[in-house]
Design a protein around this ligand. Sequence first.
Ligand code: 5AD
Ligand code: SF4
Length: 488
Amino acid sequence: MSDRLDKKIKERYTKYVLPSIKEARYRKNSETKYYDYQISEEARTIGQGKKYLLKTYGCQGNLADSEKLAGILESMGYTVTDNDELADIIIFNTCAIRENAEMRVFGELGRIKGLKKKNPHLILGICGCMTQEEVTTETLRKKFPHVDLIFGTHNIAMLAEYIVDIAKTNYEKGVVEVFSVEGDIYEGLPQVRDHKYRAWVNIMYGCDEFCTYCIVPYTRGKERSRKPADIIKEVEKLASEGYVEVTLLGQNVNAYGKDLEGYNYTFANLLKDLQKTSIKRIRFTTSHPRDLDDATIEVMASGGNIMPSLHLPVQSGSNQILKKMNRKYTKEEYLDKIQKLKTLIPGISITTDIIVAFPGETEEDFLETIDLVNKVEFEGAYTFIYSPREGTPAAKYENPLTPQMKKQRLLTLNKTINSYFLKGNKRFESQVLEVLVEGPSKNNDQMLCGYSPHNKLVNFEGPIELVGQIVKVKIIKAYTWHLLGELC
Ligand code: 5AD
Ligand code: SF4
């Protein structure tokens, strides 16, 4: 580092630690440490009379992290606002999975630049997957010097301490601290949950798969599982607080437990134990087709509180592309698992993720994907055009497809796949479904909405008091994106 840069950094930041993607990639399989979260006395009152605004981008993992960031801020005395003019701290919890997710954050950061002039004590913070990328953090620091706080996915538990550090400099200096090596597991972080009846429950962090297109193993580190007893305790507590549904979270939940030394305890074991708790509904995401084992399918088949729906990202239907993606299964193996799931769990609703225009994808490869879609008849899907991510192997692969061709493939795929969403919904017409009522419907606040066991969105008329309850609804009509029903 040059002396000039060194001086500038010393003037602007009290701490300055950047991630190194190289270290992240070749990290050692060090043992995970488990801690109980504690907040310092000093931090407890810093936010009194102040407001926070949290903007979250990306997946459920980020939503769950933001609930913890909000928990920390509220335990410091901050209260929430959705008006950035009133906020004393604004934090962007970012996503790096595709380029457009990053562009949105850069745009927002530019937009709110002026706020610092109005409120010199305003802390602008950024965390999440974007900050775990060395290049992005450098760009942030150079192009957005008004950002005061940069931290990563491994140190969200340290938010309170960073704010204390900044406050000690009378809000003049900032903190940059992003760790390359994955973090430890903190239990007991305060949480402000987004929903009253549905909750996210992290069961593990990180990913060891290294699919060649994906940035996640670099931004989230290696797989670390929470201890079974901590998860079961959290689910029981949620049930006793009136929560009806939990969604177990991990990048590859089927790898749960592999890193727990001396446990010999798998995802199927965890599901079995959670089946015995008093929570009424259990979902989980995301599953990896290679690691989804028979034991897990058997527990799912035994039903109870485990819901009959599964998100099983396939990414492509071409064996050549699957290999280049490092997915470690073939189209045939994927179809075999689907067959098994459909046989053992009749009526199961299967959803997926698909990437089109991966480098080297030919027209034949693409048609293999369409063929797979026609065979599986997915009932929901997230579909994407491949987006190169710096630092991943696939970013170096040649991709001769024009933007026009990429868009056309996405359109064709969406047209094919969407037709099965309607088919998947139609099978429920005139059936009575148990719906967990969420609240007023998004497009018509005279109606209520909720989700069926198969995770189908159901709209129906009913009193607002039903929110949080599981009620019986008769389905009148199926549409592509929702079901219309009548309260029984
Ligand atoms: N480009 C496009 N889509 C991607 N995904 C992950 N990385 C990329 C990328 N580089 C998609 C995958 C994954 C989902 C969460 O995002 O389909 O399952
Ligand atoms: Fe990314 Fe693959 Fe891990 Fe999913 S399994 S997070 S796509 S590397």
